[in-house]
Design a binder for this molecule. Sequence first.
Ligand SMILES: *[C@@H]1O[C@H](CO)[C@@H](O)[C@H](O)[C@H]1NC(C)=O
Ligand SMILES: *[C@@H]1O[C@H](CO)[C@@H](O)[C@H](O)[C@H]1NC(C)=O
Length: 191
Amino acid sequence: MTKIFFCILLPLFIAFSQTSPTTGADTTLVQSIKRNPMKLRSEKLSHFRFYWHDIATGPNPSVVKIVQPPANKTTPNNFGTILMIDDPLTEKPEADSKLLGRAQGFYGQASQDEVGLLMAMNLVFSTGTYNGSTLTILGRNPIFEKVREMPVIGGSGLFRFARGYAEVNTITFDTKTGDAVVEYNVHVLHY
Ligand SMILES: *[C@@H]1O[C@H](CO)[C@@H](O)[C@H](O)[C@H]1NC(C)=O
Ligand SMILES: *[C@@H]1O[C@H](CO)[C@@H](O)[C@H](O)[C@H]1NC(C)=O
């Protein structure tokens, strides 16, 4: 009898005692949640390289000035100017190389002592696995320094919870027209 109790009845008692509280439990106080409801896999580090094209000239400019400092105020280094961008991102420095996505957002001249931009942009990818996923960059860009670093502060789609940084260096910059090609090396942690 003792043996039967331990082998058959005890497991049943345990099973019932574990399931019964859920019916009468105080669900306003405590609710059990799944440990990994979003099915996140382990975090990985990815490196992306692409080229960012600021096209100020021609019939379809990808950058337009939207804020001009007041004409009767003299601001050093065009401080206060803001430009909106929808810049192509390509695989190679050449403008006609494969289009990978676009950089959409704006940048403004936020430094009085030099050209130091505040950049706020979403990189929206349009190819392969990452089609439709975005990365958001918000950072400071002193454009005449050789390498500038800006934080990646988040993302969407396959880049949910992303964080990282972009190191950027200018490939070409035409000071007369404003046309520029900039190499982006982006390291991001994401799932
Ligand atoms: C500068 O121009 C703005 C807009 O035209 C005007 O409202 C403002 O009074 C001017 N300021 C000065 C100091 O002239
Ligand atoms: C990317 O996604 C858009 C919208 O879903 C779709 O129209 C387009 O064909 C896709 N492009 C590629 C290269 O998969």
